[in-house]
Ligand binder design. Structure first.
Ligand code: BES
Ligand code: MN
Ligand code: ZN
Length: 493
């Protein structure tokens, strides 16, 4: 989406015109002025539609009188003094949703005279543009026979009445979200470990250093847990390392992502129905990649390292079997009871390696780790497990601020003992009950003493089956905005 900022609405503007109206308040600012120009058309339309200014509600008026606009969109602001960043994002999202396939190529959003809102106008404008950009994302590239009426038409938004001073950082974040959504949306014949790395490198902003470990290196390092998962696949596993050094010699924050580019379950194979969803079992790696790209693109004054464990989990004559015992890089041995509990096997080696390599004080991992997480929290929030209350609070706050919400889940010795194995140091699954917690306990066994660690189980959040305010159905990009905000608020100098 092309975003422009202008001082006035040009007299011969083309396309749609959008204005906002506060809840239970008379028309004001640009909406009032437009009502005058059109001979009262706006007031009559909002009354006929029983529009009361509810946040992000929309009334559409075609062919307004005495105007070159093809249509007017009146968007509800909610209570003006409660209109915050999130409200303006939703307004932008509502405008984009209304117009994306409308035939309009452009919309002018007139914020002139907007008063009494809870944030500076430049910030409100940038948030509106951000919401519209996020909501307008589409993944249409494989449609070759789409009807004209289904195709996206909206290309540009011009915002009038505010300057662009708050724009650049949010544009960088939106681009990171789009990258994550692309990676998650792509099918597994297109995005596999090697092509994931290529895609991440191809669009890397200047200064984002990329390194890749292949299987030979992982073998040398003794990553028996990760490599065991990869045995059944013809695709070579990769570890993608993205380093952003914008913060001088500060100790880097390490973000780790589960990147299972397809999860069949392996020999413990999943049922056929819905298995196609497991193309997005790399959503954690996707989020870490999008976040690192966003931080680099906005030149963040912080040191962050993103590490993605990229593997495909396939059944095969060479695949690992239930009951196999593997030795992780940490030296701890694992009885692989269920080859479908592969994410933790990938994460344990990647997290161990990242701790040895970068000596971080803080590690945050993101993973579409367990179906049990979706049973617990549905598709509203991800679960967070943490060994440090302050770190958990920082992440939960970043989640609340960005809409990538998090709910704290427990850890404890009583759960930990459920993954003891009679033959090895641990087994890779506990009982069915508390399945997300025992998965987190497994990872906890690979966190070095003194390291503050949080694990975000995003299984219910990487993909959505229904359209939302800032995201059409499909890949959500969950985690990018959360991680960016977490880093900005707690580590950026
Ligand atoms: N990738 C899945 C988890 C998942 C399931 C994510 C559904 C999103 C939607 C993970 O690798 C897995 O298969 N987990 C198993 C663990 C079980 C074998 C202990 C699960 O949740 O069933
Ligand atoms: Mn699995
Ligand atoms: Zn998985």
């Amino acid at each position: 989406m092309l975003i422009n900022y202008a001082a006035t609405v040009s007299a011969d503007m083309m396309g749609a015109l959008a204005v906002v109206a506060a809840k239970d308040a008379p028309l004001s600012g640009a909406a009032l002025a437009l009502d005058g120009v059109t001979g009262g058309q706006i007031a009559r339309a909002v009354s006929a539609a029983r529009f009361d200014g509810d946040a992000a509600s929309v009334v559409e008026i075609f062919a307004p009188a005495n105007s070159t606009a093809t249509r007017v969109i009146v968007v509800g602001l909610g209570k003006a003094d409660a209109a915050d960043a999130a409200a303006f994002e939703k307004i932008g999202g509502a405008i984009a949703a209304k117009l994306i396939t409308s035939g309009e190529k452009s919309v002018t959003v007139d914020l002139t005279g907007l008063e009494g809102v809870g944030l500076p106008l430049a910030e409100a404008a940038a948030r509106l543009a951000h919401g519209a950009t996020l909501r307008a994302y589409r993944f249409d590239k494989y449609h070759t026979t789409m009807k004209a009426s289904q195709k996206a038409t909206l290309e540009a938004i011009t915002i009038v009445g505010a300057d662009d001073s708050a724009h650049a950082n949010l544009a960088a974040i939106a681009a990171g979200v789009a990258l994550t959504r692309d990676l998650v949306s792509e099918p597994a014949n297109i995005i596999y470990p090697e092509s994931f790395v290529e895609r991440a490198a191809a669009v890397a902003p200047p200064g984002l250093a990329i390194e890749v470990l292949g299987e030979a290196e992982m073998t040398r390092l003794g990553m028996g847990a990760l490599l065991g998962v990869s045995l059944g696949s013809d695709r070579e596993a990769k570890i993608l390392v993205m380093r952003w050094n914008g913060g001088g010699d500060a100790v880097p924050v390490v973000l780790v992502g589960k990147g299972v580019t397809f999860d069949t379950g392996g020999i413990s194979i999943k049922p056929a129905a819905g298995m196609e969803d497991m193309k997005w079992d790399m959503g954690g790696a996707g989020a870490v990649t999008g976040a690192l790209h966003a931080l680099a693109a906005r030149n963040a004054k912080v040191n962050v390292i993103g590490v993605c464990g990229l593997v495909e989990n396939m059944p095969d004559g060479k695949a690992q079997r239930p009951g196999d015992v593997v030795t992780s890089m940490s030296g701890q041995t694992i009885e692989v009871i269920n080859t479908d509990a592969e994410g933790r096997l990938v994460l344990c080696d990647v997290i161990w390696w990242a701790q040895e390599q970068f000596k971080p004080e803080v590690v945050v991992d993101l993973a579409t780790l367990t179906g049990a997480m979706v049973v617990s929290l549905g598709h509203e929030q991800a679960g967070i497990f943490a060994n440090d209350d302050a770190l958990a609070a920082q992440l939960i706050a970043a989640g609340a601020a960005t809409g990538d919400r998090l709910w704290r889940m427990p850890l404890g010795a009583e759960y930990d003992k459920l993954i003891d194995s009679p033959i090895a140091d641990m087994k890779n699954v506990g009982p069915r009950e508390g399945g997300s917690i025992t998965a987190a306990q497994f990872i906890a066994r690979f966190i070095k003493p003194g390291v503050k660690w949080a694990h975000l189980d995003i299984a219910g959040m990487a993909w959505t089956a229904k359209d939302g305010p800032l995201c059409a159905k499909g890949a959500t990009g969950y985690g990018v905005r959360l991680l960016e905000k977490f880093v900005a608020d707690n580590f950026e100098g």
